[in-house]
Design a protein around this ligand. Structure first.
Ligand code: IZC
Ligand code: ZN
Length: 421
């Protein structure tokens, strides 16, 4: 059967090795790299890939052909950890940060997340939608074709629901696929500061069952951190999420080494996020229990810290590593996943192949999308990025600029010459 579209004369084609599971340990440094390659697309799916001449059987009069003149192609990038939908911004805290006031101290003083909670409460659905749509456009022109979006700027039902419904509508309207996570346990609301148990009761007895009943999210996440939710509180919240058929993630050991990685292993979390302060024991337990380590080096950079998550140690311990932006208005205000990939290499010493696997196949698995996107297996979604670069190493080496020339989502051209079309 002939193809609808063929991309040919691809200089370098990066194909993750797809064994229907995340790539762990040494396997993270393996990939099929093809030269003078082609991709054939049929009905929005990958029909064939190969090197050299395009087989005649794939071509008919109706087949559109696109000469990529030696450029580099990878699967659509997956940004598997973001706080996409929120009101306002926090540049008013920037000078405080530069003067040494810590992220957790700003939060404890009622700023940080709590300031975004106020801005999100007072934003209308349309305001949140318009702002998040602009961010999704920015993500898309940087190569992101699937993104996770967490709630957690309401801390009460009406606003949490508003955020989740904005994400749902964006998933319907925008080319980027949006996967929702309920993160009501993102901070203790100011009015319940002295009574966190009451908030946990509200989360477990009302909000989580409501999210599940109305299919408003696939995942549930908790900010397990000093001064936010303890390991014991996180365990109870996530146990309830599991009982309500939500898959679980944990913001684990981001700033203080609390035992979040150990908890992620104990509870069989899909992924544990951040892990800047994860213990050796936590890392090895995560590996044993197949928890994906989702690392967010843009946050380390933006918090002006030098202790990046130890990606090398995690890979040596046979973990599967994913990389994401953590796009949010506080600790990582950037939508640019290429910058995060460059930090993956330059600050965490991941090889280019490890970095591209982390934002394709492993990112897809960390969102439960490994069967549809993240690699070029026949039948998967034709989510494709064309980079104006001669090879994948160049994309990480030449940092701080956008190398994306074109993006295809489900076989449709959605970005051309760095613009959403
Ligand atoms: O708004 O500060 N770390 N949550 C946990 C965040 C960062 C987002 C924020
Ligand atoms: Zn986060």
């Amino acid at each position: 059967m002939s193809a609808d579209l063929i991309l040919y004369n691809i200089g370098e084609l990066f194909c993750p090795i797809d064994n229907n599971e995340p790539l762990r340990g040494q396997a993270m440094n393996t990939a099929k790299i093809m030269h003078n390659a082609y991709i054939a697309i049929k009905a929005g799916k990958i029909q064939a890939i190969g090197e050299g001449e395009v087989p005649e059987s794939l071509i008919s009069n109706e087949t559109q052909k696109r000469d990529l003149s030696g450029l580099t192609v990878t699967p659509g990038l997956i940004d598997s950890h973001t706080h996409l939908v929120h009101g306002g911004s926090r540049e008013n805290e920037f000078s405080m940060k530069l003067n040494g006031v810590s992220y957790l101290d700003i939060l404890a003083a009622g700023g940080g997340i709590l300031s975004t909670v106020n801005a999100t409460k007072t934003s209308t659905f349309d305001e949140l939608y318009t702002k998040a749509k602009k961010s999704l456009d920015t993500m898309l022109i940087h190569g992101t074709t699937t993104v996770e979006a967490k709630s957690g700027y309401g801390l009460e039902w009406e606003t949490e629901e508003k955020q989740l419904k904005v994400a749902k509508k964006l998933n319907e309207d925008h080319p980027v696929e949006v996967v929702s996570t309920f993160m009501g346990a993102h901070a203790i609301p100011t009015q319940l500061k002295e009574n966190p148990e009451e908030f946990i009761k509200e989360l477990t007895e009302f909000m989580i069952p409501e999210v599940s009943k109305h299919s408003l999210a696939e995942f549930c996440d908790v900010f397990c951190e000093h001064g936010v939710f303890s390991v014991e509180q996180t365990r109870r919240i996530l146990q309830c999420a599991k009982e309500n058929n939500l898959k679980i993630k944990i913001h684990a050991d981001e700033i203080v080494s609390l035992g979040g990685a150990e908890l992620a292993a104990e509870m069989g979390a899909h992924s544990a996020e951040h892990l800047m302060a994860a213990s050796d024991e936590g890392i090895s337990l995560m590996a044993k229990n197949n928890v994906i380590a989702n690392l967010l080096p843009g946050t380390t950079f933006s918090l002006m810290k030098t202790s990046y998550a130890d990606a090398r140690k995690m890979i040596e311990n046979n973990l599967a590593v994913a990389l994401s932006t953590d796009y949010n208005p506080g600790s990582c205000p950037t939508e640019n996943i290429q910058l995060i990939m460059q930090l993956g290499s330059l600050a965490m010493k991941m090889s280019p192949i490890e970095v591209f696997n982390a934002v394709t196949i492993n990112g897809a698995h960390s969102l439960g999308r490994g069967h549809e996107t993240g690699s070029f297996e026949v039948g998967k979604n034709a989510d494709i990025v064309v980079f104006d670069a001669p090879n994948i190493d160049y994309i990480l080496y030449h940092f701080g600029v956008n190398h994306v020339k074109e993006v295809y989502k489900n076989g449709n051209l959605v970005v051309q010459d760095r613009r959403v079309i």
